[in-house]
Write a protein that binds this ligand. Structure first.
Ligand SMILES: [Zn+2]
Ligand SMILES: [Zn+2]
Length: 344
């Protein structure tokens, strides 16, 4: 059975190509695409053919934030059945290396993360009409009122939850988030869940600031013109913009002894005032994907304890993937753009 997949052949070279989903093993599930969010990392692959050190070396199907509908199951599958709507965890750590056994699965030496060029052959992603997944990476969502678009937000929410986890206890703390895109907004949601006393978002554009307020930021300010109001008053900063200037904002905004968590992907080389980290005893921590927060994210979405619906700014059919990627690049119009199945 041949289906269509959105495939990147290099920078700005996106094609719709026929693919053959692999055969079903006993523990495998064949899914139809529910909704698949275009992530900042997918956009990096689209624009530059790479994300940081991960370079496209063969055609790559991007996409790691997706929900699906079960089409067929292997003989030993028990977690899901045909017709189920599922959340998809794109992360498949080996479970056996020293990092996995030490509980830091997101750092696995043999990580298989969908839609990523971090390994070769690449881990093909989810922007396809149909694909096959091991059942262990699927969680059925049985609440009919929760949409496939919301379910597809579990992965980016798990990234926000992990970023907060890396920040240490947020209870009663003043938290700055730089960047009001999807991940920044997920950091806001996660910081509120974690008990932050105040969550402020800084960005350089109006739409992300408005979105941050919508999802629960106490205030949202321009980091280019209102930087002075942010200086020296936060315990923790979550850098989710992936911009050198935003990291500068974080460094100025945290108090002595504070902590900065790097969530966004920064340019490869940038000047870094390391002496400020030293003399002010700052902690600078990285947060990479998520580690065990996925189930919590699914739980929070299916109960609507958090409402991710405002973040979904557009849904386009897979056949219009190129247009969807271009729309996602426009921060004045888009937060989360999702690809959905074409009408049959
Ligand atoms: Zn992502
Ligand atoms: Zn491992």
């Amino acid at each position: 059975m041949t289906t269509l997949a959105c495939t990147l052949h290099g920078a700005l070279d996106l094609r719709l190509t026929p693919t053959e989903p692999r055969a079903l093993g006993p523990h495998d599930v064949r899914l139809r695409l529910g909704a698949g969010g275009i992530c900042g990392s997918d956009l990096h692959y689209y624009q530059h053919g790479r994300v940081g050190a991960f370079v496209i070396r063969e055609p790559l199907v991007p996409g790691h934030e997706a929900s699906g509908v079960v089409d067929a199951i292997g003989g030993a599958v028990t977690r899901v059945k045909a017709g189920d709507r599922v959340a998809i965890d794109p992360s498949h750590p080996c479970g056996q290396c020293d990092y996995c056994r030490g509980g830091r699965m997101n750092l696995c030496r043999k990580m298989f993360f969908l839609g990523s060029a971090s390994i070769f052959p690449h881990a093909q992603g989810l922007f396809a009409q149909s694909f096959v997944m091991p059942e262990r990476q699927l969680t059925p969502v049985t609440e009919p009122e929760i949409t496939l678009g919301e379910i597809a937000c579990a992965e980016p929410l798990s990234v926000g939850l992990h970023a907060v986890q890396r920040g240490g206890s947020l209870l009663g703390k003043r938290v700055l988030v730089t960047g009001g895109g999807t991940i920044g907004c997920m950091c806001v949601i996660a910081a509120r869940l974690a008990g932050a006393a105040e969550v402020v978002v800084a960005d350089i554009a109006e739409r992300p600031l408005a979105m941050a307020r919508t999802v629960g930021a106490d205030s949202a300010v321009r980091s280019d013109t209102d930087a002075a109001t942010l200086a020296d008053r936060f315990d923790i900063a979550l850098e989710a913009a992936g911009a050198a200037a935003a990291l500068g904002t974080c460094l100025a905004a945290v108090q002595r002894g504070g902590r900065i968590v790097q969530v966004g992907t920064l340019p490869a080389e940038l000047p870094f005032p390391a002496n400020s980290v030293m003399a002010r005893e700052l902690d600078y921590a990285g947060a990479f994907r998520a580690n065990g927060e996925f189930d919590l994210a699914v739980q929070a979405i299916r109960s609507r304890r958090v409402d991710v619906r405002p973040l979904i700014s557009a849904q386009l059919p897979l056949s219009r993937a190129q247009e969807a990627f271009e729309l996602a690049l426009d921060r004045s119009r888009s937060t989360k753009v999702q690809l959905v199945a074409d009408e049959a």
